[in-house]
Design a protein around this ligand. Structure first.
Ligand code: ES4
Ligand code: ZN
Length: 326
């Protein structure tokens, strides 16, 4: 049967997408040339050949280097529009996208250049495709608490256009507890809270994200499966996990797509979703991720529908908007 057509036609929300991770090599070259920025690659093929990672840090080093071509509001808008065009073609009707302001402010690009450019791209996607979106500001966890607080201060003029805060970058050695106070401050501002946890880090980091950061959604969460009591807690609490299958394989956190635990998560009662993480680097957008797990794990249409439904239930849309998407 036409499983690919079924997946493409199914309305989906994308809840775990780093916009800087949607920078395709072609756009990287175009922006490098437009901005007069040198990049350490001779061709698009050479860039793609460099995308072999054995862990998260391998990837992050090349991902932060790639972001260096992003300089102007127009660059950020073009990046976002390119992502939303791909997402719309995959049947995404709502997306909650991450950006890493510190990756830009640390190289002299003001917070507002990234924020204004991305917000312009989001408005364009809604006008062009009817695709709605929300913006989530991620703190880089390898940097310190003061730097995260400075970022939250810089965000103030845009705070009504930012849905929430997240926590990303190098997980091991940078536990959620390091950001308890800044997440408290964000919560007091009415922002939603999400965090990457249990991608490479232990189940204890997931517990910290719940207990200390008061997260509304868990990004990845794979290693929660090592702790049955934690699984029960996540399932009973209706916590959404934003799982990224192709990312897990590319970063060697899962041996192959054929052994990905997505169906096990659903059977355990977890509200798992399928997302693309950094599609330009991991070999596929959200449709590719759905197709990969559908084939690799032999998912039926019922499981695929559950995953898509979970994506709206786990979104930060108001209940009436969720109902309108389902
Ligand atoms: C990321 Cl896959 C992943 N994990 C942690 N931080 C990230 N930033 C961009 N992609
Ligand atoms: Zn991520």
């Amino acid at each position: 049967d036409d499983l690919d057509g079924f997946i493409a036609g199914l309305p989906k929300a994308e809840l775990h997408l780093h916009i800087e991770g949607s920078l395709e090599p072609e756009l990287m070259f175009a922006l490098a040339s437009r901005n007069g920025v040198e990049i350490p690659f001779k061709s698009v093929e050479e860039v793609r050949a460099a995308y072999e990672f054995s862990n998260l840090q391998d990837f992050l080093d090349i991902y932060y280097a790639g972001a260096n071509v992003l300089r102007t509001e127009e660059d950020f808008r073009d990046l976002a529009v390119a992502y939303f065009d791909r997402a719309a073609a995959d049947g995404v009707t709502h997306a909650e996208i991450f950006f890493d302001p510190q990756t830009h402010t640390h190289r002299g690009i003001p917070f507002g250049v990234a924020a204004n450019g991305l917000l312009a791209g989001m408005a364009e996607a809604e006008a062009k495709h009817g695709l709605t979106s929300k913006l989530i500001l991620c703190f880089l966890r390898h940097l310190d608490e003061d730097d995260a607080f400075r970022t939250l201060t810089q965000a103030q003029p845009w705070i009504d256009r930012i849905a929430g805060v997240g926590l990303d970058s190098s997980e091991v050695g940078h536990p959620p507890s390091k950001f308890q106070r800044v997440f408290d401050a964000a919560g007091a501002m009415g922002l939603k809270r999400v965090a990457h946890a249990g991608e490479e880090g232990p189940p204890e980091y997931v517990r910290e994200a719940l207990d200390l950061l008061h997260i509304d959604r868990l990004d990845h969460g794979n290693r929660s499966l090592e702790d049955p009591q934690l699984v029960t807690r996540l399932a009973r609490g209706g916590m959404t996990l934003t799982v990224c299958p192709l990312s897990n394989v590319k970063l060697c956190n899962v041996a192959s797509i054929d052994v990905h635990p997505i169906d096990r998560m659903l059977k355990l009662g977890l509200r798992a979703t399928v997302n693309s993480d950094d599609p330009a680097y991991f070999g596929g957008y959200i449709g590719d991720n759905y197709r990969a797990v559908a084939r690799g794990r032999g998912l039926g249409r019922d499981a695929i529908v559950t995953l898509a439904r979970n994506s709206f239930l786990g979104s930060f849309l108001a209940d009436d908007a969720v109902a309108a998407h389902l």
